[in-house]
Design a protein around this ligand. Structure first.
Ligand SMILES: Cc1ncc(C[n+]2csc(CCOP(=O)(O)OP(=O)(O)O)c2C)c(N)n1
Length: 692
């Protein structure tokens, strides 16, 4: 192995050697602890340390790294104390994830490390978002994200590289090609000669290097870093290496021909570098022994601290509370270097009195104090979004065709002219990478709104929503300040993939908020509230309401509180609990049946539910129907019915009935679609409820 120390000093070479040796020695200790049953699982990086260490040493300490499960060297080179890492691996509450995450599945903003989720590939899109934050702030920084060669087969790899290329993002993609995914050899993983060939297909540059040569890696990444910053472009680095142990300790290495271990033993990154340092007389036997001794002592001391951690104290309240980021009073998180452009809308200036503290940059008005004027549902959404763009210079909009074209529903029409292409971003067709990028933007101090072209297409980014956005605050305290707008619903003969009401996929996911307005005023106020909320919010907007429903909307910039239902109209015979288009159906039904006294509750938010309002509706009439456009089985109606049964049983005069759409896909033919929709069974369900 050829090393070139270039202009590295004696001390720098020793520092590199120690940085390389530390993760190896920690891991050797961990293998002992594993056998003793003191830690539960271990993914070995023995033989691959040069990549994690070399990459980390090549970066500035405040540049984000997104490592994977074999990258202990990233964590040690970022100076994370071993005792705290140990607490993390033991699942202790003093670990980085308070016992909520295993092994390296955690991040820490103070160390600029974003840990993986098990799915591997979703890391890559997050890196795009962090790099975009740097780019928007004109900071000279790169982001590094890791992938194994197995992970390159995931769609997320393709999406993330493509977005980085199209948006000219300074991301270094590092592939650790260790020959085998769990047990799958490379010839069963891909067909190209080298993975770096893929770079060309994305219009970016790349290089394949020896992943066991620490100085080669350090030098390459330093150079690539400079290239990415100066050219504002991504770069792909493939590192050839080998995993000397099993995928994880329990799984063995039987599938690997034994001679390969001999070949790669000769290429061991530490032994080779040590030999080089001997030859350069940077190290000698004595100094090597002393370094080993120092590191051993450090590891022993840290292990003692780590194993004396306080035992877990289980607190259900804390567990539930940590799922969501707390909403702070806004002080305006403007990108560095950008003057705060405050809201300059004349209609608003008059009544900015509402609640504003001295350093607050948000002026949330009470709707009642400002002028109102009629808006269509769609215009109210546009108004809320536009005012939010004026309010928050750190708000970035992303979506397919949302820039010059204005989005397929024209909600962002004119936004590019007003706010520019940097903030109103057309995306390639890649929901997963963009949702991942939204989390990265949040890490970089921005907030974002993603427009799903149709709510149905959210499936392509589902994993990022339910596993990354939703869980990240609970896992390691990182907030995901993201709103995903979901044009949803049927009624226009658009067939199974442009018509779904898929809110229940998300109401089952702790960490998300789900809102679903039915009036223009609520659509505006809830959208503003969602954008001001530090948590991921899915904002459902029924397409059939866009141009069919109008109502008075305050001109002011105001919030409608998330988690609060609206009592639409009082009644005595029965209560309909509903949301979205269901509210319109219920109102029309009540108007068409003046002989009935129907109480209507519009939930407005589905996660969290307003249980007090639900209880009050039960108390008012004792007869409850839950009406929703979503299909029956597993819809939110079942959850609400169960809750009423558990908490309000004595107040009921009849069983809670659900009126929902058929348990079929949404059909295209209008007669079939009408028959599918819950509305077709509304009358019979009312009759059934009242005659009970
Ligand atoms: C989406 C997904 N599918 C399967 C797995 C199971 N799995 C975990 S690691 C792994 C192999 C990963 O191989 P590679 O990306 O080459 O990284 P390496 O483990 O070799 O470092 C597999 C299949 C997973 N974690 N996520």
């Amino acid at each position: 192995m050829h090393f070139d120390s270039k202009d590295l000093t004696h001390d720098q070479l020793v520092h590199i050697y120690k940085s390389l040796l530390l993760p190896r020695m920690i891991e050797e200790k961990m293998l002992v602890l594993l056998r003793q049953g003191k830690i539960s699982k271990w993914f070995s990086g023995i033989g691959q340390e040069a990549i994690a260490v070399g990459v980390t040493l090549a970066l500035e300490e405040d540049e984000w790294i997104l490592p994977l499960h074999r990258n202990l060297g990233v964590f040690t080179s970022r100076h994370m104390p071993l005792h705290k890492l140990l607490m993390q691996w033991q699942g202790n509450q003093s670990g980085y994830s308070k016992g909520r995450e295993r092994s390296f599945h955690f991040g820490n903003a103070q160390h600029f490390i974003c840990g993986m989720i098990s799915h591997l590939g979703p890391q890559l899109g997050i890196a795009d978002g962090i790099a975009l934050a740097h780019k928007l702030r004109k900071e000279n920084k790169v982001v590094v994200v890791f992938s194994g060669e197995g992970g390159t087969s995931e769609g997320d790899f393709h999406e993330a590289l493509n977005v980085a290329a199209v948006w000219d993002l300074p991301v270094i993609f590092v592939i650790e090609n260790n020959g085998y995914a769990l047990s799958t050899p490379v010839h069963e993983q891909y067909r190209c000669e080298a993975l770096v060939e893929k770079a060309r297909g994305y219009g970016i540059d790349g290089v394949k290097i020896d992943g066991n040569n620490i100085l080669g890696i350090l030098d390459t990444i330093k150079g690539v870093r400079q290239y990415c910053i100066e050219n504002q472009k991504p770069y792909l680095v493939e590192c050839a290496t080998f995993r000397m142990r099993g995928h994880e300790e329990a799984s063995g290495t039987k599938y690997i021909p034994p001679y390969l271990f001999e070949v790669w033993e000769m290429k061991d990154p530490i032994k080779n570098f040590e030999q080089f340092l001997y030859s350069k007389q940077v190290l000698n036997k004595e100094s090597v022994d002393a370094i080993h001794q120092d590191l051993k002592e450090y590891i022993d001391v840290e292990c003692t601290i780590g194993f004396n951690a306080k035992p877990m104290y289980v607190d259900t309240g804390r567990e539930e509370q940590d799922v969501y980021a707390e909403k702070q009073p806004e002080v305006g998180s403007l990108p560095a270097g950008q003057a705060g452009r405050k809201y300059e809308d004349s209609s608003m200036r008059e009544s900015q009195s509402a609640y504003k503290d001295s350093d607050s940059k948000i002026f949330v008005q009470k709707p009642s104090v400002s002028a109102v004027r009629p808006h269509r549902f769609i215009d109210a959404i546009k108004d809320g979004l536009r005012q939010s763009m004026l309010q928050h210079t750190d708000l970035i909009l992303m979506g397919q065709d949302i820039a010059e074209y204005g989005g397929v529903f024209k909600i962002t029409e004119g936004f590019v002219e007003e706010f520019g292409k940097e903030r109103v971003r057309n995306t390639p067709l890649c929901e997963s990478a963009i949702i991942g990028a939204s989390l990265g933007l949040s890490m970089g101090g921005f907030r974002s709104m993603i427009e799903m072209q149709f709510a149905d297409f959210v499936t392509m980014g589902f994993n990022q929503i339910v596993n990354n956005l939703a869980k990240v605050h609970y896992r390691w305290g990182q907030s995901a300040n993201v709103v995903i707008r979901m044009p949803c619903g049927a009624g226009v003969g658009a067939g199974p993939f442009h018509s779904q009401s898929n809110e229940a996929w998300f109401t089952h996911t702790p960490g998300l908020k789900v809102v679903y307005p039915s009036t223009p005023a609520d659509a505006k106020g809830l959208l503003i509230a969602a954008i001001n909320d530090p948590n991921p919010v899915l904002f459902f907007e029924h397409k059939a309401l866009y141009r069919s429903v109008s109502g008075d909307v305050p001109d002011a910039y105001y919030e409608t509180e998330i988690g609060k239902a609206r009592h639409v109209q009082p009644g005595e015979d029965m209560s309909i609990i509903t949301y979205g288009l269901g509210v319109i159906w219920a109102e029309h039904y009540a108007a068409d049946h003046p002989e009935l006294s129907i109480d209507i509750l519009d939930l407005r938010t589905l996660l969290p539910l307003d249980y007090e309002a639900i209880r009050a509706a039960v108390n008012r009439t004792g007869r409850v129907m839950i009406l929703h456009e979503d299909t029956l089985t597993g819809g939110i109606g079942g959850e609400i019915a169960a809750w009423i049964g558990e908490h309000c049983f004595e107040k009921l005069d009849a069983p809670v009935l659900r009126c929902a759409s058929l348990d079929t896909p949404v059909p295209f033919n209008l007669e079939l679609e009408n028959n599918f929709l819950a509305k077709a069974r509304l009358h019979e369900t009312v009759v059934k409820l009242l005659s009970y």
